[in-house]
Design a protein around this ligand. Structure first.
Ligand code: ADP
Ligand code: MG
Length: 390
């Protein structure tokens, strides 16, 4: 059970972090992009995310209490006092995410966390597919790990944050976001096998090209239910494929020929979902090769194809994302673009030469306003290290 901090209490906690700097632990938790490999993390696929230079900033300090802690979010201008041994109800606001992390940590290091104060301030847009949620959970978990010398390894942190997010958001989230947020490396993408968690880093230097996110500033509330539905469709598609091909262990291992052969058993929706998953996995492999060969025209084409798959086969896009992806595709200044993240809103990711950014953003903003009557928020991003002490 939590109680909301009064303004006086909020200010008192907030002041702690400016007045006793030497005892304060400061943590930076980045958001993440995913260059390509969308909706395949939970289908055993390889994905190509990176942590970014837009972060949530945390300050932590132990307090005198055995179990009473205070947490405030400057973005929400609200804070809570709560007993860390009493879990919050799932879905009950942002504190319930943090409470989920505490519950998961307690399973691994029972009784090792005592009272603390914590303040967080974020430069990450919320609900825009840049994974403010994974940054929130992983930054909090890594901060507590450091503050209480828990010595929990990164992979366990990643898994416990994934579990906490699953339970407390109601969405059966994959592992990519947490992995990128924790394991990110500046100037690199991470090529991650979501089945085994084996990974390698791929240099992200792209000549004069850069990555530009365009935030649609919409977030349709279909996202969680559609996400769970897509997962279920992929799981049942795999089961159907396995009846004939038991050697296929994850959906990305299936082939388009298998899908064609089993199309009447699968039905139209599962055929489309499976086809996207199989093709998207191939595009990830092709993108890694193209990056190694400095073939950024090809990287751009693969991004465009990825959007097509997400729009028409996986059906997780929305009119605003489709407008921006089509606008970018038709504009010679952009090498390629696609929707990024779970879908139904959030951002597109655009590969573009630095020198074209200002002109393109001005034109795209005007066109977006005319077509969708909404403001566009451009977010240029660079790759970054994962959660770290600052
Ligand atoms: P995304 O991860 O794409 O940004 P989600 O819907 O998965 O969007 O996560 C957003 C949720 O994460 C918010 O509703 C809130 O509960 C939590 N959150 C993110 N950033 C903050 C913040 N700065 N302060 C408090 N809660 C936050
Ligand atoms: Mg999220």
């Amino acid at each position: 059970m939590s109680t909301k901090l009064s303004q006086v209490e909020y200010d008192r906690i907030d002041n702690i972090f400016t007045s006793v700097e030497s005892e304060v632990l400061n943590i930076e938790a980045p958001g993440r992009i995913n260059l390509i490999g969308e909706h395949i993390d939970y289908n055993g696929g390889n994905v190509l995310p990176a942590a970014i230079d837009k972060c949530i900033y945390y300050s932590f300090k132990k307090n005198e209490s055995a179990t009473i802690s205070n947490v405030l979010s400057k973005n929400f201008s609200e804070g809570f006092s709560f007993d860390i041994t009493i879990p919050e109800k799932p879905g009950d606001g942002w504190l319930s995410y943090l409470s989920g992390v505490l519950s998961e940590i307690d399973k691994i290091r029972p009784g090792k966390v005592s009272g603390f104060d914590c303040s967080l301030d974020s430069k990450l847009p919320i609900g825009s597919g840049i994974s403010s949620s994974a940054a929130l959970l992983c930054g909090f978990a890594k901060g507590l790990n450091e503050l209480f010398s828990l010595e929990i390894d990164d992979i366990t942190i990643i898994r416990l944050c994934q579990n906490a997010e699953r339970i407390f958001s109601g969405a059966n989230v994959g592992v990519m976001d947490q992995f990128a947020v924790v394991k990110g490396k500046k100037d690199h993408f991470i090529l991650l096998d979501c089945e085994t968690l084996e990974y390698s880093t791929i240099p992200a230097a792209m000549n004069t090209n850069m990555l530009l996110l365009l935030n649609t500033n919409v977030s349709h509330n279909l996202a969680d239910s559609a996400y769970n539905e897509r997962r279920a469709q992929c799981e049942s598609a795999l089961e159907i494929i396995q009846t004939k091909y038991p050697e296929v262990k994850t959906l990305v291992e299936a082939t388009e020929q298998m899908v064609e052969e089993l199309k009447s058993e699968l039905g139209e929706d599962r055929v489309k979902r499976s086809t996207h998953v199989i093709q998207e996995q191939k595009r990830v492999e092709a993108t890694v090769e193209a990056l190694k060969n400095n073939d950024f025209t090809l990287v751009g084409e693969l991004l465009n194809q990825s959007h097509d798959g997400l729009q028409n086969l996986y059906e997780v896009s929305c009119p605003e994302l489709d407008f921006l992806a089509a606008y970018a595709k038709a504009d010679d200044r952009v090498l390629g673009a696609r929707m990024m993240g779970g879908g139904f809103g959030g951002c597109t990711i655009n590969l573009i030469d630095e020198k074209n950014v200002d002109g393109f953003v001005a034109d795209a903003s005007k066109a977006y306003k005319e077509a969708c009557n909404l403001d566009l928020t451009p977010i240029p991003v660079k790759t970054n290290n994962g959660v770290q002490k600052i």
